[in-house]
Ligand binder design. Structure first.
Ligand SMILES: [Zn+2]
Ligand SMILES: [Zn+2]
Length: 249
């Protein structure tokens, strides 16, 4: 059922004709999640939502996006209770803390990871927004592998611009479990062809972007190269480097 609900956004992403339909979907999921976290619905005032943000916190990239979104008071309130939990945990961790053994000093073997280090890493490794976005992306991959059973959708994929390298890897990963057997051959053939053709196309745009700086080409047409730098960055790692910050309205 869920898969059918998601056919609309996935089809829309293909119609957008972007460098990567999953970047498009990810951006939508991210903006929806930022709006949910900090927007007019004020979910951050609901105790069950706050309990989750208090435990997961936010990664650096998403703190930056929450800052750009606005709503300083909302941001402050969310961090206020996070701080309370963090300090309580730190208190407990440092109470139990024991020095790592000195084995490492003498034997070149690395000192074992302390509980304190493990805790500190864990606190830095979780994000409320990353988890929400991952949840949506998982559903979009399910939808993609559901939709490729349909010839019309396969044709759409065949005529698309492929994927960015980030989502190419994610799609291959998802395929290990979700790819229907009947589309196996089609999938690997199509996806590999799309990646080769479209990486080369964007590389060509970048080449022409550079060539345009030669005075002999000053009067020549930009062709498709004006935004070649941001599209190349997207193709290589995903995302939209040229996006302006998403802000509350
Ligand atoms: Zn992408
Ligand atoms: Zn995050």
């Amino acid at each position: 059922m869920k898969e059918q609900i998601d056919t609309i956004p996935v089809n829309e992403a293909y119609e957008a004709g972007d460098e990567c339909p999953f970047c498009y979907l990810e951006r939508q999921a991210e903006r929806r999640s930022i709006r949910y976290a900090l927007g007019p619905g004020a979910s951050y005032m609901e105790p069950d939502v706050r309990a989750v943000t208090d435990s997961k916190g936010f990664c650096r990239q998403h703190f930056k996006k929450l800052f750009d979104y606005g709503n300083s008071l909302g941001n402050a309130l969310v961090m206020q209770t996070y701080f309370v939990g963090l300090l309580k945990e730190l208190e407990a961790q440092t109470e139990e803390f024991s020095l790592p053994s000195k084995r490492g000093v003498l034997s070149k073997k690395p000192v074992e990871e302390t509980e304190l280090l493990r805790w500190a890493k864990e606190k830095n490794g979780s994000c409320f927004l990353c988890d929400r976005i991952d949840y949506h992306m998982e559903r979009y991959y399910n939808t993609f592998f559901h939709l490729i059973k349909d010839g019309e959708f396969r044709e759409k994929v065949e005529h698309s611009k492929g994927f960015c390298m980030h989502h190419f890897a994610a799609l291959l990963e998802a395929a290990r479990q979700k790819l229907p057997n009947a589309q196996r051959e089609w999938f690997y053939e199509t996806v590999c062809r799309l990646m080769k053709e479209n990486l080369a196309r964007v590389q060509g745009d970048l080449d022409w972007f550079i060539a345009k700086f030669d005075y002999r080409n000053a009067g020549a047409d930009w062709k498709n190269s004006k935004d070649a730098v941001s599209r190349s960055m997207q193709k290589l790692r995903g995302g939209y480097p040229a996006d302006t910050p998403y802000k509350q309205d």
